[in-house]
Design a protein around this ligand. Structure first.
Ligand SMILES: [Cu+2]
Length: 258
């Protein structure tokens, strides 16, 4: 199932994220996002701590609504039809997700600043899974460990993940986090990614080839929540889908320079 292709557009306003933050006031810019595999063990653990704190943090993000996990609120933003018509299946894909990731990352920094003064919140950025490098054997990627995002295919008969940071997480719609693994999905490798940049001379051509191809592969390979618009329920979303990793910013920069 590739639900990330061809959403139905509808005229509406675009709500991107909760608040603009001054979190960067004391941090250097630009934020540097690194490959998960190159992080030190303390960098990895600090990032996972930030994720867990945001998942645990209960807030009232919309006045008059009940309090909810701030992480889940981001999932709701991504899942919302208000955003979907612009965020997926068209020209808004890159800018919307760049902003979404920025705001998500800002929230991770804020919760660390608030609750863990022993950790330098400025050091918290979303690491990326360089899956183009792991394309020949995605199941052996270094992200699949019990100390990080969960062991590959370590799921019960309902697809609930049994290891990793999200093993006890309740999703935004009240379930266990499910992955159903479609290993027939192939990933775009390094040269394929570069071809995307060199082969398509216009944004109009690049965007759908990127979104429906390279970007969709990790979503559909991991499957389960990753294959629906509640994909941010899976913490690997931020790191795995290229639309939510730093390469997207790089691509966006390239496109602007063109
Ligand atoms: Cu998306």
């Amino acid at each position: 199932m590739n639900v990330l292709a061809n959403p139905t557009p509808s005229p509406s306003t675009v709500s991107v994220a909760p608040t603009t933050s001054t979190i960067d006031a004391n941090c250097s810019l630009p934020r540097v996002r690194k490959n998960w595999a190159t992080l030190t063990s303390s960098e990895q653990s600090n990032y996972l701590i930030a994720c867990q704190l945001l998942k645990n943090k209960q807030e009232i993000p919309i006045s008059g609504q009940p309090s909810m996990s701030l992480w889940d609120f981001f999932t709701e933003i991504h899942n919302s039809d208000l955003n979907n018509w612009y965020a997926h299946g068209g020209s808004g894909f890159f800018p919307w997700h760049r902003r979404f990731l920025w705001q998500f990352e800002t929230a991770l920094r804020e919760v660390v600043k608030e609750q863990r003064p022993d950790i330098d919140y400025c050091s918290i950025t979303v690491p990326y899974w360089g899956w183009e490098v792991d394309a020949p054997a995605p199941s052996e990627a270094p992200i699949w460990t019990s100390a990080s995002f969960g062991i590959f295919k370590d799921t019960d008969s309902n697809g609930c993940v049994l290891s990793g940071i999200a093993k006890d997480w309740v999703t935004s719609d009240g379930n266990c986090l499910q992955r159903s693994w479609d290993t027939s999905v192939s990933f775009v490798g390094s040269s394929g990614l570069m071809s995307l940049i060199t082969d398509y001379s216009t944004y109009e051509n690049l965007e759908p080839n990127y979104e429906d191809g390279a970007h969709a592969s990790p979503h559909n390979y991991i499957n389960g929540y990753m294959a629906i618009f509640r994909s941010p329920d899976d913490p690997i979303f931020l790191s795995s889908s290229l639309h939510c990793r730093s390469f997207l910013g790089y691509l966006g920069g390239l496109l602007r320079l063109r």
